[in-house]
Design a protein around this ligand. Structure first.
Ligand SMILES: NC(=O)c1ccc[n+]([C@@H]2O[C@H](COP(=O)([O-])OP(=O)(O)OC[C@H]3O[C@@H](n4cnc5c(N)ncnc54)[C@H](OP(=O)(O)O)[C@@H]3O)[C@@H](O)[C@H]2O)c1
Length: 321
């Protein structure tokens, strides 16, 4: 089979090679899948660069969420959604996944949609509901709203009955946020989002801030978070990990809430299937629908990851091997 492999660390386009490798072996407790769709994520870029918290041995195959068809045994033919374990990720024609972690995919759900409904939507659902306790009628500020994590959070915020303010880099991405349902969308490269949030909330600020950018965006979010607001720390796509002065948290009565969705696998695994059931129900009711910005053949994997790392994509980028 063919698989993208990283032999040395660096920018995706420089270090990814599409290679012929042996088919993976199904083992006890594992399902071998034909990959029907693999959705790409910013962490795949960080893995290539060696900047992700997990550092798989070289060579490794990125690809953290796949929708695939079971190839062997009594479940042959079933479609499932799963995160393959590194170093054997899903940017390949076949992959093995732990049977215990494989989630069912409804028959009517296309593979690219299913593949997009795992990491970013689970992160959004857990982040907004479990971690930030977002309530109907509250104001949610979503940064990088046209990206994978951000587009999911806009839809999930609207589905929860929140008023959503989104930021994005440039007028095209602002339009994407509006199409996704954001009530207010701000080009944060051209305009001050702090003033825009204050304007939109009569000075009160955002009750929940969902921040996957970090750096200055996080620092400025502290200036427009509401009394008893919650800032969810989702990621640092901007490259700088910000610091929080504890006195500022005190004088404004807000919380800074950490979110690492992958840790639920170890600490409370039941969260993942229950969140999946909730997400499938929202999809079936038409309340969420992953924005698939590009659906590409496997051969385009390296170029697609390069664009994702360079702010050049909207929504999810999905490879269909
Ligand atoms: N905590 C968790 O459990 C968890 C789970 C999944 C992902 N994440 C994190 O969430 C973040 C977003 O992931 P994603 O897959 O959804 O990516 P993405 O949003 O599709 O892409 C990242 C976006 O961040 C914005 N950005 C701002 N400054 C940037 C910079 N210097 N370089 C690149 N992008 C920049 C860009 O949007 P604009 O052009 O609109 O600014 C870009 O489109 C990543 O940091 C990822 O590691 C965390």
């Amino acid at each position: 089979m063919r698989a993208w492999r990283v032999h040395e660390l660096g920018e995706p386009q420089d270090v990814l090679r599409l290679e012929e490798v042996p088919d993976p072996e199904p083992g006890t407790g594992l399902l071998r899948l034909r990959v029907d769709a693999v959705a790409l994520n910013f962490p795949d870029v960080l893995l290539c660069r060696g900047q992700y918290q997990e550092k798989p041995p070289l060579p490794f195959t990125p690809g953290l969420e796949v929708c695939g068809t079971v190839l062997d045994g009594p479940r042959a033919g079933e479609r499932v959604l799963a995160s393959p374990g590194l170093p054997h990720g899903g940017m390949a024609e076949q992959v093995v996944v732990a049977e215990a972690n494989a989630l069912p995919v409804p028959q009517a759900m296309p593979a690219p949609v299913a593949a997009s409904l795992l990491i970013t939507y689970q992160t959004g659902h857990v982040g907004l509901h479990r971690r930030a306790q977002l309530r109907e009628g509250e104001t949610l500020l979503v940064h990088a709203g046209a990206g994978g994590v951000g587009s999911a959070a806009i839809q999930l915020g609207k589905a929860a009955g929140a008023r959503v303010i989104a930021t994005a880099g440039g007028p095209d991405k602002v339009r994407v946020c509006e199409q996704l349902g954001a009530d207010v969308a701000v080009d944060y490269l051209a305009n001050d989002f702090v003033a825009a949030v204050k304007d939109a909330t009569a000075g009160a600020g955002a009750d929940v801030v969902y921040d996957s950018v970090g750096g200055d965006v996080f620092d400025r979010s502290r200036r427009c978070v509401a009394f008893e607001g919650r800032i969810v720390v989702v990621g640092f796509a901007g490259g700088r990990i910000p610091e929080v002065p504890a006195n500022h948290v005190l004088i404004k009565n807000y919380s800074v809430v950490g979110l690492h969705w992958g840790l639920y696998r170890q600490h409370d695994p039941a969260v993942i299937p229950s969140t999946h059931a909730a997400l499938v129900a929202l999809w079936e009711r038409g309340l969420v629908a992953p924005l698939i910005g590009a659906e590409l053949p496997l051969e385009d994997g390296a170029a697609a990851l390069e664009r994702l790392g360079d702010r050049g994509t909207v929504g999810k980028v999905v490879l269909v091997p």
